[in-house]
Design a protein. Structure first.
Length: 251
């Protein structure tokens, strides 16, 4: 398969997780709901709209279903971070397998009857006759910063026990602060991602300074300071890395 098909597969997988995957399946080791799994399986059908070769559509759907079932049913009990890393490794292996498939876009061609609808969608919304690989890569990398990076950061913070504690009950987590931090983290990662993607790394310092100034008084609290520093550094790393990959591959 070509690069466009592989990037589209990753986009399909991560966008399905963005809308239908409950982060508590990892952070609290809850079982994935049947309806959420079903929605993610049906999400595979987006492939029908984008590709003219029905054989490629079938392969994209099969690989996506395998990944959905893997991250929904397989876990290492008591090791959520390891589980997440294994799921990520499985995704990498699937993409490598797709790359190794011994045929090109002209081989095993079977016309997709919905190709006309896909062409209309691309022309109207993407302003192109074919899916633009750079556009797909940039969107896919941005999706990573929203959901996948959030899961990774939350799991790391839980693992090293660098979470905000309740002021009145130090033995408990401050879940309100934790959720506010999650939202702030998503917004700052989107900013970091755009800044690095458009080669404006100096602007990151402004965002970091504003964030530090807003939390300056809270930094006297050591547990909060550790949570703030570790979370901020992870946020920067998980936003900059995908942006740099896109720049290295396409610019």
């Amino acid at each position: 398969m070509n690069a466009g098909a592989m990037i589209f597969f990753i986009l399909l997988y991560w966008s399905g997780r963005l809308f239908f995957y409950d982060i508590r399946c990892l952070t609290e080791e809850q079982k994935a709901g049947g309806s959420a799994i079903l929605y993610r399986l049906l999400w595979s059908l987006w492939g029908v709209i984008f590709w003219e070769n029905m054989v490629w559509v079938a392969l994209l759907i099969i690989f996506h279903i395998l990944m959905v079932l893997t991250d929904s049913l397989f876990r290492v009990k008591g090791r959520p971070l390891l589980t997440f890393m294994l799921h990520s490794l499985a995704l990498v292996l699937v993409v490598i397998l797709m790359r190794m498939l011994p045929f090109s876009s002209g081989d095993w061609f079977s016309a997709n009857p919905l190709a006309a609808a896909g062409s209309f969608f691309r022309e109207r919304l993407l302003h192109a006759d074919t899916v633009n690989t750079l556009w797909l890569a940039a969107l896919t990398a941005m999706l990573y910063t929203v959901k996948e990076a959030t899961i990774l950061i939350r799991l790391v913070l839980n693992t090293v026990r660098a979470t905000p504690v309740h002021k009145d009950h130090p033995e408990k987590q401050d879940m309100d602060e934790y959720e506010r931090g999650r939202l702030i983290g998503i917004l700052e990662r989107l900013l970091f991602y755009v800044m690095v993607l458009f080669n404006q790394p100096g602007a990151i310092a402004i965002v970091v300074a504003i964030k530090s100034l807003a939390r300056f008084k809270d930094l006297d609290n050591r547990p909060f300071a550790e949570y703030f520093l570790i979370g901020s550094l992870l946020s920067l790393a998980t936003a900059a890395a995908p942006a740099l990959i896109v720049r290295l591959l396409f610019f």
